[in-house]
Design a protein. Structure first.
Lengths: 288, 281
C-alpha cells in the first residue's frame, strides 16, 4: 500500500467527500542501504547538533527559518497551518476544465485520492461524471508549507490529483531563445502564448517562408513514417537493468553478509526485486 | 536575463539531426526551512549512525548493501556500480512519434526548453561558468535553426510527441519532444515501472442512480470554464513570508483551528446535488 500523504476533504459546490491522498509514483531505482563496514549493521539517518556534537532526539527538533545569516526563527506546524487554515484540510474544486486543455509543462507530481468511510458514494459519482465528460476539477492543495494548484482527474476508477507548477515558475522560451531580437529577452508570458505575438526570430538567411515550408513538409513526411501508439512499457531504465544484473551475478558468487539483528520501525524492502533475485539464486544453484 | 543551458545533445531520427541545448523549464522560488535544535536554535546536520550502538559512522566506514530478506545483504562497491552507468553520449534518439494526447500526465516528470545548438556539442556547459549561451561565441551552425523550426512546426501541426531516450549526467532518460509555440520542449517521462496502478485501490460500492448521475453531470457542466493558469498566483508563499516577518518582529501568531467540512451523507447525495445545481445555475 502506498504511503498516505494527506487526509482531508474534497468538495465541489455543496458536496463534501472525506478522502486521503496516496502516492501514485514510486521511484523504481534499485535502492541500497548504507551499512557499517565493521559489523554490517544498517545505518540510520539522525540529526546532529554541531555545537554539542550530539545526536538530537526527535522531540527536540523543530523547524525554523533563517532570517539573517546564522540566525533562525522557529516556526511550528500549527503556525504554518494559519497560512491556509481551510485549504490545508480541504481541496475545494472551484471549476472544471477539459482535461486536454492543460499544457504538459504544468504537470509536476501525481497522487491518487481514495475515499474514506462514508465518502464512497459521492466519490464514485465524481469519478463517473469526470470520466464521462473527460473533464478535470481545478483546485489547490496545501502540503506542509507549500500550496500547489492541482487538477483532479478520473483515472481507471479512481480520482488522481496532479500538482501543477505556477506559471511564474515556468521559464519562458523567449528568455532562452537566441533570436537576434533583443526585445524577446523579456519575460512575462506563459509558454502557450509565446511566439504568437512576437517576431519569429529566424535569422534573415532562413526567413524565407517558402524555404521554411518545404523544410517543414519534408520533416512531416519523415515523422509520418514513425507514428505509433504510446507504449511506456517498451522502455526500461538501462542503468537499473545493469544494476539488477550486477546484483544477480554477485548473488551467485555468494558475496552475502549477515547484519546483526536490530529493532527498527521503518524498514522497507522492495519485495518484487527481492523475489526476482531470490528466484535467480535458486536457479543458479540448480544449474550447478 | 538569458538562462544558461545545462546540456547539449543531438536529436536524431530518420535522416534528421538537430543540435539542441537544454534549459530547465521550471524555476521554483520557495521559502526554505531548516531543522533546528529546540534548545539553542542551532541548525542541525544530518548524520548516519550505526543502528546497533547509535554511534556516528564516518563516510569511510560506510558500505553500500542491497537488502535481501532475513537481514542478509549483497555488498556492492561504488566502482562496481559505476560500471553500470550508461555510456556518456550526446545522442537524443527518437524512436517513434505518438499523439500528444496519448501520454498520460502521470508520466510527465521534468520539462526542458530546447534551443538550436551550436556546431560543437562536445563541451558541456554548466551553470556558473563564464561564456553564457548568448555570449559572443558563434551562433547556431548554419542549417540548425531551420531544421529546429521545421521540427517544432511539424510537431505542432501533427499534434505528435517524439518519444526519445538519451543519457545525461550518468542517467538514462526517457522523454517526449513536444512543440511549445515556435520552440520545442523536452519532457522527461517516468518509466512505466515507476507508476503505481490505480486499479488495486479502486473499490466498487453502492450503485448510483441515473438521476444522481444526470444532476451531477449538469452541475459540473455549469461549473465548467477554460483552463486559465494565469489565475494561479503563489499567494501562499507571500502569506508564509508575512508569517515569518511577524515572527521575526517578535509578534505572536494567533492560532486558528482549521474548519473541517461535514461529509455529504450518501443518502442525501441527490438532494445536495440538486441544491448545488440551484446555486450555480
Amino acid at each position: 500500500m502506498s504511503p498516505e500523504v494527506w487526509r482531508g476533504t474534497i468538495s465541489f459546490s455543496l458536496v463534501a467527500i472525506p478522502v486521503r491522498l496516496v502516492e501514485a509514483i514510486s521511484p523504481d531505482r534499485v535502492s541500497f542501504r548504507m551499512l557499517h563496514r565493521e559489523d554490517h549493521a544498517p545505518l540510520v539517518s539522525r540529526m546532529l547538533c554541531p555545537d554539542e556534537g550530539k545526536i538530537v532526539p526527535r522531540e527536540e527538533i523543530i523547524r525554523g527559518y533563517e532570517f539573517k545569516p546564522g540566525k533562525y526563527i522557529p516556526i511550528s506546524a500549527a503556525e504554518l497551518e494559519t497560512v491556509a487554515p481551510e485549504r490545508s484540510r480541504t481541496i475545494e474544486v472551484t471549476a472544471f476544465v477539459s482535461s486536454s486543455e492543460v499544457d504538459t509543462v504544468y504537470f509536476d507530481h501525481q497522487y491518487y485520492m481514495v475515499p474514506m468511510k462514508g465518502g464512497e458514494k459521492p466519490y464514485r459519482l465524481l469519478v463517473e461524471v469526470l470520466r464521462r465528460s473527460a473533464k478535470a476539477g481545478v483546485a489547490s492543495l496545501v502540503l506542509a508549507e507549500r500550496e500547489f494548484p492541482v487538477i483532479v482527474r478520473s483515472v481507471d476508477g479512481l480520482l488522481a490529483v496532479n500538482t501543477l507548477h505556477y506559471p511564474d515558475d515556468i521559464v519562458t522560451t523567449s528568455s532562452i531563445t537566441k533570436t537576434g531580437d533583443n526585445t524577446s529577452a523579456k519575460t512575462g508570458t506563459v509558454p502557450r502564448r509565446v511566439g504568437r505575438s512576437r517576431s519569429e526570430g529566424l535569422s534573415p538567411v532562413f526567413a524565407g517562408a517558402a524555404g521554411m515550408n518545404a523544410e517543414k513538409e519534408r520533416m512531416k513526411r519523415v515523422i509520418g513514417k514513425m507514428v505509433a501508439k504510446f507504449d511506456p512499457e517498451k522502455y526500461a531504465d538501462q542503468r537499473r537493468e545493469r544494476v539488477v544484473a550486477l546484483l544477480k551475478k554477485k548473488m551467485k558468487g555468494n558475496s552475502l553478509v549477515q547484519a546483526p539483528e536490530v529493532e527498527e520501525a521503518d524498514r522497507k524492502v522492495p519485495a518484487d526485486l527481492v523475489a526476482v533475485l531470490e528466484a535467480s539464486m535458486r536457479k543458479g544453484k540448480k544449474d550447478e | 536575463m538569458t538562462e544558461h543551458a545545462i546540456w547539449g545533445g543531438n536529436i536524431s531520427f530518420g535522416q534528421v539531426a538537430v543540435l539542441v541545448k537544454l534549459h530547465p523549464a521550471i524555476r521554483e522560488k520557495r521559502i526554505q526551512f531548516s531543522l533546528l535544535h529546540k534548545r539553542d536554535l542551532v541548525k542541525l546536520k544530518r548524520q548516519m549512525v550505526c543502528s546497533l550502538d547509535g554511534a556516528p559512522v564516518p563516510p569511510e566506514d560506510q558500505a553500500r548493501g542491497f537488502e535481501l530478506e532475513g537481514g542478509r545483504y549483497i555488498l556492492v562497491d561504488p566502482a562496481e556500480l559505476e560500471k553500470a552507468d550508461p555510456e556518456a553520449s550526446r545522442a537524443i534518439e527518437v524512436h517513434e512519434f505518438v499523439p500528444v494526447a496519448d501520454i498520460d500526465p502521470v508520466f510527465l516528470e521534468r520539462s526542458y526548453f530546447l534551443e538550436p545548438g551550436e556546431g560543437d556539442t562536445s563541451a558541456e556547459r554548466r551553470e556558473g561558468k563564464s561564456g553564457t549561451v548568448s555570449g559572443s561565441r558563434a551562433g547556431p551552425r548554419e542549417g540548425t535553426v531551420p531544421v529546429f523550426r521545421a521540427l517544432a512546426a511539424a510537431l505542432e501541426e501533427m499534434h505528435l510527441a517524439g518519444i526519445c531516450t538519451w543519457t545525461m549526467r550518468k542517467r538514462s532518460y526517457l522523454g517526449a519532444l513536444v512543440s511549445a509555440g515556435k520552440s520545442i520542449r523536452l519532457n522527461t517521462l517516468r518509466y512505466a515501472s515507476e507508476v503505481l496502478k490505480a486499479e488495486p485501490l479502486a473499490s466498487a460500492g453502492e450503485a448510483l442512480s441515473t438521476r444522481e448521475l444526470a444532476i451531477g453531470s449538469e452541475l459540473i457542466d455549469h461549473m465548467t470554464g477554460s483552463f486559465k493558469p494565469e489565475q494561479f498566483e503563489n499567494r501562499h508563499q507571500q502569506r508564509l513570508q508575512e508569517l515569518i516577518d511577524r515572527k521575526t518582529r517578535g509578534q505572536k501568531v494567533p492560532l486558528t483551528r482549521p474548519r473541517r467540512r461535514a461529509a455529504t451523507e450518501p443518502s442525501r447525495l441527490l438532494s445536495v446535488l440538486e441544491a448545488s445545481l440551484k446555486k450555480v445555475a
